[in-house]
Unconditional design. Structure first.
Length: 153
């Protein structure tokens, strides 16, 4: 006997968001680093994966990526700690291909800003959404906290 089963609809989410806050407070020398410097040493690069859960990933999806200051303020971070918009670069959107469960993009942060700032920490948040695929609202926002003194050397 064959029975129809109802499976949940696909959801997009950021696995890095599952830890709460991604803390960059010491050099990452692991085999799979969560961040690294570009070859010139001028940019902090943070690779970010967007995953799609579910069994029916049979469509292309445009994933929109937005800076999210509101989340940082609601978490109690002071406005002065928020990374200025002109100090980061990331795509406005990425494409997740038909059948794909993963799309990766990079966030680039100006290392010189981190070296020059007098702040003890800098925070940044981004949110992913899509018109084609629902988001897991608990895991669609990534908060990054950076201790700038890590990048002085």
């Amino acid at each position: 006997m064959i029975v129809d089963a109802n499976f949940p609809e696909p959801l997009i989410y950021l696995p890095l968001a599952s830890t709460g806050i991604l803390d960059i407070s010491e050099p990452d020398t692991s085999e799979t680093p969560q961040f690294f410097l570009n070859p010139e040493g001028s940019k902090l690069i943070i690779p970010v994966g967007v995953y799609r859960s579910g069994l029916t990933n049979l469509s292309n999806a445009t994933i929109d990526i937005l800076a999210n200051t509101d989340t940082l303020l609601s978490m109690g971070f002071d406005l002065s700690l928020i990374l200025p918009q002109d100090k980061s670069i990331f795509p406005e959107s990425i494409e997740m291909a038909n059948g794909s469960e993963l799309a990766i993009f990079e966030v680039e942060i100006d290392r010189q800003y981190l070296i020059d700032t007098d702040l003890e920490e800098v925070v940044f948040a981004l949110t992913v959404n899509s018109a084609q695929v629902e988001s897991n609202e608990e895991l669609n926002t990534l908060v990054i906290r950076i201790k700038p003194d890590v990048f002085e050397n």
